[in-house]
Design a protein. Structure first.
Length: 83
């Protein structure tokens, strides 16, 4: 069991093809989302089970088909293409 709390944006950020299991954690009081998933395909939601969510800003779990782009990366690069 882990506690993921009080982050300025997302408690847990999952990007591209990473496939972690997030099980039996307390995910609380993160400013935007408890778990934010950036993937071009839908994740297996069974990998996110038995977690306790509380007071996360916009959503407990949020999915976006756009992959994460660093703020300091080339503004002309696509965020929808995977390497």
């Amino acid at each position: 069991d882990s506690v993921v709390a009080n982050h300025g944006r997302h408690g847990i950020l999952i990007d591209r093809q990473s496939c972690p299991e997030v099980v039996q954690n307390s995910i609380c009081k993160n400013a935007v989302c408890g778990i934010q998933i950036f993937r071009t395909s839908e994740p297996d939601m069974d990998a996110f089970r038995d977690n306790c969510f509380e007071d996360n800003g916009e959503a407990e779990i949020s999915f976006s088909p756009h992959v994460f782009q660093r703020e300091d990366s080339d503004p002309g690069s696509s965020v929808d293409e995977e390497p």
